[in-house]
Design a protein around this ligand. Structure first.
Ligand SMILES: NC(=O)c1ccc[n+]([C@@H]2O[C@H](COP(=O)([O-])OP(=O)(O)OC[C@H]3O[C@@H](n4cnc5c(N)ncnc54)[C@H](OP(=O)(O)O)[C@@H]3O)[C@@H](O)[C@H]2O)c1
Length: 306
């Protein structure tokens, strides 16, 4: 498993993390196998959120792996907070309460990373800073980050939070990469040139903030998986399958290799619940797509170059 350094923490982590959003409702034995397969393949980074399965995903994870202190030390655990029914909440009270809930469900005393899940329009950065201070001093959270935030929002938080933002988790796949489109079409009068994220990719690279790619196999907002979807993504699947055969890996591994090939050192958070598929995805580490292959996949997803 390839490793990257997360943000400016100095902490090494696998370039692939396992997202735990879909694990609630799995058979316990399958959950145990999934986590064991992850660990055996060097994926000791696990992404959670207080809302996944209404908290059930965190509880299931702890139960399935039989969480104990020695296993805990071998893992990097990340969770998120701020999404509440009908609103987003960056209040100190909510952040502290959410972390306590996650720690209890995960059967641990601390998480390595806490991310603010979605921007709160009513954010008061001084209050977030106070929550971060309490969490850091109590040892409940080692590092902090955000998800789905633009550069201005991160800069605002960093101004008050002692430059604490280390990661930003963003939707990113071959089929969903507006931040690439906009970067390729600067100042163009076309659809691709519309900047929807205020240049978040370049900002993160400039400030050593690690981008984590969520939904690496999906298109749209959970509209479906593009892999094997020959109705909507015929050309893309044709190229993916050809490269999968060339490198001797699965189609999912090629989709991850496309993300890893970007020099931003993006960490991909995969959400498979299938241990065999997860093991196959790890083979992406042996693949370095050529520049031509990377662009060929991009274009096959229906993108255009100016
Ligand atoms: N920050 C945020 O706002 C945010 C939002 C969404 C998700 N996330 C995080 O990102 C993680 C990943 O998200 P995700 O689960 O949407 O991503 P994903 O890995 O793109 O999607 C996983 C789904 O794709 C299926 N799949 C994978 N490879 C496939 C293939 N080759 N053929 C057919 N189906 C395939 C999986 O089925 P199998 O289970 O059968 O393999 C699973 O249902 C989540 O677990 C969560 O931790 C964060």
């Amino acid at each position: 498993m390839n490793e990257i350094t997360l943000g400016r923490t100095g902490l090494k982590a696998p370039q692939i993390g396992l997202g735990c959003m879909r694990i609630a409702g799995m058979e316990l034995s399958q959950g145990e196998k999934l986590i064991r397969t992850a660990m055996e393949n060097g994926i000791h980074f696990f992404d959670h959120a207080d809302i996944y399965g209404g908290g059930e995903c965190e509880s299931f994870f702890a139960k399935a792996c039989g969480m104990n202190s020695s296993l805990r030390e071998k893992m990097i655990l990340q969770t998120k907070c701020s999404i509440r029914p009908g609103c987003f909440d960056f209040s100190k009270e909510h952040i502290l309460k959410s972390v306590d809930g996650s720690l209890s469900r995960l059967h641990t005393d601390y998480v390595d990373f806490l991310l603010l899940h979605r921007p709160d329009a009513l954010m008061e950065p001084e209050e977030v800073a106070e929550a971060f201070r309490v969490l850091k001093e109590s040892g409940k959270v080692r590092y902090f980050g955000v998800s789905n935030q633009n550069p201005g929002q991160m800069a605002l938080l960093n101004k008050y939070c002692d430059n604490a933002i280390q990661v930003n988790q963003l939707q990113f796949s071959i089929a969903h990469c507006g931040m690439i489109d906009a970067g390729l079409n600067v100042n163009m009068d076309n659809h691709e040139g519309v900047v929807r994220d205020s240049g978040v990719l370049e900002y993160c690279r400039l400030h050593d903030i690690t981008i984590q790619a969520w939904s690496p196999f999906q298109y749209g907002m959970f509209e479906g998986v593009f892999l094997g979807n020959t109705e909507k993504y015929a050309k893309l699947n044709e190229i993916i399958d050809r490269l999968a055969a060339k490198y001797g890996v699965s189609n999912s591994a090629i989709a991850v290799a496309w993300i890893s090939r970007h020099p931003a050192k993006i960490q991909t958070i995969v959400g498979t619940t299938n241990p065999e598929r997860l093991a196959g995805i790890c083979a992406s580490c042996s693949v370095t797509l050529t520049r031509e292959e990377w662009y060929e996949l991009y274009l096959a997803a229906g993108k255009k170059l100016p």
